[in-house]
Design a protein around this ligand. Structure first.
Ligand code: SF4
Length: 480
């Protein structure tokens, strides 16, 4: 008899790959993964970047407790690392595995399945696993624990990921991730290559390389660029995507590795602000001139790459003039996307005591302006690619975040329902493309397959959301 497990992930790509790894372990232990409805075990992989992410996690945890009174809600991740007691207080059947004990959940999966088979209380089994992991301390945020996450199959994503770095040695004023995940550690290059080859052999066509701060990768004398070159040299056909990068680390070595034809034409720069003074207060180690130079050099390395940015608005002390300077800067560099969010004061960080605070309403308004610049940039970027061919990996629908799901009552035949029946592909240049549900020969395309597509028209609203693909594309197949 299969037992049911449900997974919920908040936050970054690192959390997503770690959830994938845990889901694979639960599948091996005999659990069936469900996307909705009651389960015996819930695993909530949390984020602490904003208070909103924490609030959302608490709401979902309470919902799971109501939904399955005899189940267990296992909470892990960065929020669990910094606020374990608060989370445990949410209900009697919550087991908190701080992020440093997250990888112990791989082994715990079998214990939980065993308890359920024997008719024992699964919550008790989770607590026993937690106590055992805590006692042995085998899973401190160290090389072994950080890199125990290597799913042999991906339940929620069509594109594979490989975690090569964890933690960060910087201490940016607003950041709690570096507190939750600890100092930078890097996966050794030989293991990284072996894992990459295993993913390639299993059919992966694209691997997203992830870490908290990839620019801090350093192991066996290799920087991240050295690692990337080792991975491209040591593989045949798989493509690599860099999850995000620091603007001040776009140097010659990085650009050379990035220029490789199997490295996707996509760079996401953690720029955070376009104001020199704000960047200095944030503790970032570069100025807008450096960011602009990074953009120019990245553009020179590839044919019109997709360049996205992270941008925080409403950092303490941000004046109207600085906010204007920041928005003008981002508009001037021609972003294909801006991940705009408002500053969230996090306990334990330097910024929590910085003054003056920017009123929430003002910060939100500034964030909306940055997001609008990003949306306009994305529409323009997609339009530039109309009529051109791209390589793209077809996506499975997978689990849809309830926040992204179409409104209930969507009937087949409506535009949105048709969209969900069709396929989405993610291009080398990160454009999200809607493609026909059938190949030219009438067969149904498989998820995870790499296809040549021709972009026919730009269709998106610039949001990059699930319901608004950037463009419509068709399959390009040569005879034979
Ligand atoms: S670079 Fe700064 S923001 Fe990014 S993880 Fe490190 S400390 Fe946090």
């Amino acid at each position: 008899m299969a037992f049911l497990a449900r997974f919920r992930t908040f936050g970054c790509k690192l959390n997503q790959i770690e959830t994938e790894s845990l889901a694979a372990a639960f599948a091996r232990a005999g659990f069936e993964t469900v996307a909705r409805g009651p389960a015996q075990v819930y695993v909530v992989n949390t984020c602490t970047v904003t208070s909103m992410a924490e609030q959302k996690a608490r709401r979902e945890i309470r919902g799971y407790l109501r939904e399955s009174p005899a189940g267990v809600v296992i909470v892990t991740g960065c929020y669990a690392s910094v606020s374990a007691a608060d989370i445990a207080a949410l209900g009697p059947r919550v087991a908190v595995f701080p992020g440093g004990l997250k990888s112990a959940l791989h082994a715990a999966a079998a214990d939980l399945a065993e308890a359920l088979r024997k008719g024992l209380d699964v919550y008790d089994a989770a607590i026993a696993a937690l106590e055992s992991a805590t006692r042995s301390s085998l899973d401190r945020p160290s090389q072994g624990g950080s890199f125990a996450f290597f799913p042999e199959r991906f339940a929620f994503h069509s594109r594979a990921s490989l975690k090569v770095e964890d933690g960060c040695d910087n201490r940016c004023a607003y950041c709690r991730v570096c507190i939750a995940r600890g100092r930078a550690v890097s996966l050794d290059p030989e293991t990284a290559l072996a894992r990459t080859r295993a993913l390639e052999a299993s059919g992966a066509r694209e691997i997203v390389l992830t870490g908290v701060n990839l620019s801090q990768y350093r192991r066996s004398g290799l920087s991240f660029a050295g690692l990337l070159s080792k991975l491209t040299d040591g593989t045949e056909s798989v493509r690599f995507r860099i999850s995000s990068w620091e603007p001040d680390r776009v140097d010659g070595e990085f650009l050379e590795a990035f220029a490789h034809p199997r490295v996707c034409a996509h760079a996401h720069l953690a720029a955070q602000s376009g104001s020199d003074a704000v960047l200095a207060r944030m503790g970032r180690r570069y100025d807008p001139v450096t960011v602009a130079r990074a953009v120019r050099d990245i553009r020179a390395a590839k044919d019109d790459p997709f360049i996205g940015f992270d941008a925080i608005s409403g950092f303490p002390g941000e004046t109207d003039a600085e906010a204007r300077e920041s928005a003008d800067f981002f508009a001037s560099v021609g972003p294909a996307w801006i991940h705009a969010f408002t500053f969230s004061p996090r306990p334990g960080t330097r910024a929590i005591s910085m003054r003056p605070l920017v009123p929430e309403r003002v910060a939100a308004e500034r964030s909306r302006e940055l997001a609008a610049i990003g949306r306009r940039g994305r529409i323009e970027y997609a339009a530039r690619w109309v009529g051109r061919d791209v390589m793209a990996v077809l996506e499975a629908t997978g689990e849809i975040d309830p926040d992204d799901a179409p409104p209930s009552g969507d009937e087949p035949g409506t535009a949105r329902a048709d969209f969900h029946a069709a396929r989405i592909a993610v291009a080398d240049n990160y454009l999200r493309l809607s493609v026909p549900g059938r190949l030219p020969d009438g067969s149904i395309p498989a998820a995870g397959v790499l296809e040549r597509l021709r972009i026919e028209s730009a269709t998106g609203d610039g949001s990059g959301g699930l319901g608004a693909p950037d463009a419509r594309a068709c399959f390009v197949r040569t005879a034979g």
